[in-house]
Ligand binder design. Structure first.
Ligand code: ZN
Ligand code: ZN
Length: 344
C-alpha cells in the first residue's frame, strides 16, 4: 500500500502514511493571546461562564492555556506541559508541549502563546459590589463628632466588624458606603448583620439608636422589607470637657446609654443617662486639653505654668487628685480653670 500523498510504502492511516496523516490531520492550535481573568476581589478564575477557586496564578495560567488549546475531533490530547516565562507581572510567554493521540499513535506538538492576566469581577462579588442591600445603617453625628478622622475610623470599625461576621457567613457584606450630609450610609446585605453592627456602635459610643422597616417590594410572591438602622453619635466624646447644668464635667467613659462624668470643680463622679445630657455643650474637646508644667504642689492646691500665658497659676486640687508626671492637664472654660487628675 502506498500513501496517496507522498507515495511512500508502509503503514497507512486511511490513504495516508503516518507522516502525511500527522501533517494533515494531527494538530493543536492555541490563540496567540490567552486571557487569564481573575476576580479583582476574591481572586477566583474565570472558566467559561463560571468562576472557580484556583491554587495559584501559575496553576490558573496553565489551566487557561490548556482550555484554550483545541484539537480536531478525532485527535485527543494525552499530555500537556507548560513552560512559563514571566515578561512582567501581567504577561507570560508560554511554550507548551502537547502529546496528541490519533488512531493509536502518539504525536508531539510544541505550541507557543502569550498569557495575559486580566482583572474581572465574579458573580458573587458583583452582587456585593453592586447595589444589593436589605438594610441601611445610617451613622450620624454632628460636624465636630464626625469629622474626617473620626469618620474614617468609624467606617473602618464597621467594615472590620462586617469582615468578622463574614467569616461565619459569606452572605454578609456591605455593598456600598456613601458619604451623605451629616454622616455615612452603609448598605448591608442582611438586616441581621446591620443590627449587630448598629447595636455595637450604640453601646460603644453611647449613641441614639432607631430601627425602622419599610416595604420595599415583592420578590417571589413574598413581601420584601428593608430595614433602616439609625445610629446618632452624641455630640461629645470620651475625654471631652462638657458644660451642663452650669457646671463643667470631664467625660470619663461612655457606654450603653450611660455617661460617667466627673464634675471638675468638686471631683465628684456622677453617672448620667445620655438623654439627660441633652443640651450639654462641649467646652473643650479632648484633643484641645493642654499639659501644664507643675511648679509646686501642696495639700489642697497645685501651682502650674499657664500653657498659654506662661505665668504661674494656682489651682484647687479635687479630692483623690493624682499626678503621675511633671506635667498635668489643665482646662480653661467660660466657667473656670481646672486641673485634671491623672486618675480620671
Ligand atoms: Zn505520505
Ligand atoms: Zn469574586
Amino acid at each position: 500500500m502506498f500513501c496517496v500523498e507522498c507515495g511512500k510504502e508502509g503503514e497507512l492511516i486511511g490513504p495516508l502514511c503516518l507522516e502525511c496523516h500527522a501533517k494533515k490531520h494531527v494538530h493543536a492550535s492555541v490563540p496567540e493571546f490567552v486571557d487569564v481573568v481573575f476576580c479583582a476581589h476574591c481572586s477566583s478564575l474565570k472558566v467559561g461562564d463560571k468562576w472557580e477557586d484556583v491554587g495559584s496564578v501559575k496553576e490558573a495560567v496553565e489551566q487557561s492555556l490548556m482550555r484554550a488549546t483545541t484539537v480536531p475531533k478525532d485527535v485527543s490530547m494525552e499530555g500537556f506541559q507548560v513552560r512559563l516565562t514571566a515578561k512582567d507581572e501581567k504577561t507570560y510567554d508560554a511554550v507548551m508541549d502537547a502529546v496528541l493521540a490519533s488512531h493509536g499513535h502518539e504525536f508531539h506538538r510544541t505550541l507557543t502563546a502569550t498569557a495575559r492576566i486580566k482583572r474581572g469581577v465574579c458573580g458573587e462579588c458583583s452582587k456585593q459590589k453592586g447595589s444589593y442591600f436589605e438594610a441601611t445603617l445610617q451613622l450620624r453625628g454632628d460636624a465636630r463628632v464626625l469629622n474626617r478622622d473620626n469618620e474614617d475610623e468609624m467606617r473602618q470599625r464597621v467594615l472590620d466588624k462586617v469582615a468578622a461576621l463574614r467569616a461565619n457567613s459569606r452572605g454578609v457584606f456591605v455593598s456600598k458606603v456613601e458619604r451623605v450630609r451629616g454622616g455615612l450610609d452603609f448598605y448591608f446585605s442582611t438586616a441581621q448583620a446591620a443590627r449587630i453592627v448598629a447595636r455595637e456602635l450604640q453601646g460603644l459610643r453611647c449613641a441614639e439608636y432607631k430601627e425602622s422597616t419599610s416595604l420595599w417590594g415583592v420578590r417571589d410572591g413574598r413581601d420584601m422589607y428593608r430595614v433602616t438602622f439609625l445610629v446618632r453619635l452624641p455630640s461629645f466624646n470620651q475625654g471631652d470637657v462638657i458644660s451642663f447644668d452650669s457646671k463643667d464635667w470631664y467625660v470619663k467613659s461612655m457606654s450603653k446609654g450611660l455617661v460617667r462624668c466627673i464634675q471638675l470643680a468638686s471631683g465628684e463622679e456622677q453617672h448620667m443617662r445620655l438623654r439627660d445630657l441633652e443640651g450639654c455643650k462641649v467646652s473643650c474637646p479632648s484633643a484641645d486639653l493642654k499639659e501644664a508644667v507643675v511648679l509646686m504642689e501642696g495639700d489642697a492646691e497645685i501651682q502650674v505654668l499657664d500653657p498659654v500665658t506662661m505665668s504661674p497659676i494656682d489651682l484647687r486640687k479635687t479630692k483623690g487628685f493624682v499626678r503621675n508626671g511633671d506635667q498635668i492637664r489643665v482646662v480653661k472654660t467660660n466657667l473656670g480653670t481646672y486641673v485634671l487628675s491623672d486618675g480620671w
